[in-house]
Design a protein around this ligand. Structure first.
Ligand code: RP5
Length: 158
């Protein structure tokens, strides 16, 4: 059953958001990917966010750039945890995306990650960590992933 929904405001966001998908793939977490624009496809956003919990999704990862209202709007329409990834924009290098996503008024939280690839990877890891609270096998896979990362750090530079 699909547990994580990865949504993004544009196909142009995929180059960033694919890293969230790849991270979940590496951890064996079932996920789906959808293009859902808050301003160009508002009905699609409404349908996705309001139906997410009933479809069995547990976490939503939402990436957007610029006036990045997608994560906040999704969070407004579901009680599921929403992790926001600020996509790097051309004009303001993603600072606009970051501020749009992180500055949610109290009451509707969006867990906001770093701008770009690092944020997408960490959104995948956080989504997995949330799911691992109720999934011992996934917790073991997550620990192994972290250990492999530790093991890959050289003692001396090459
Ligand atoms: C946002 O505008 C999207 O999330 C994307 O990051 C940005 C640019 O979108 P496109 O013009 O490439 O479709 O809505």
């Amino acid at each position: 059953m699909t547990q994580v929904g990865i949504i993004m405001g544009s196909t142009s966001d995929w180059d960033t958001m694919r890293h969230a998908a790849a991270t979940l793939e590496a951890l064996g977490v079932a996920h789906e990917t959808r293009v859902v624009s808050a301003h160009r496809t508002p009905q699609r956003l409404y349908d996705y966010a309001t139906g997410a919990a009933d479809r069995g999704l547990k976490v939503i990862v939402a990436g957007a750039g610029g006036a990045a209202h997608l994560p906040g709007m999704a969070a407004a329409m579901t009680h599921l945890p929403v992790l926001g990834v600020p996509v790097e924009s051309k004009a303001l290098k993603g600072m606009d995306s970051l501020m749009s996503i992180v500055q949610m008024p109290g009451g509707i939280p969006v867990g906001t990650l770093a701008i770009g690839k690092a944020g997408a990877i960490n959104a995948g890891l956080l989504a997995a960590a949330i799911l691992a609270l109720g999934d011992a096998d996934l917790a073991e896979r997550l620990k192994a992933w972290r250990q492999a990362q530790t093991d890959a750090v050289a003692i001396e530079p090459a």
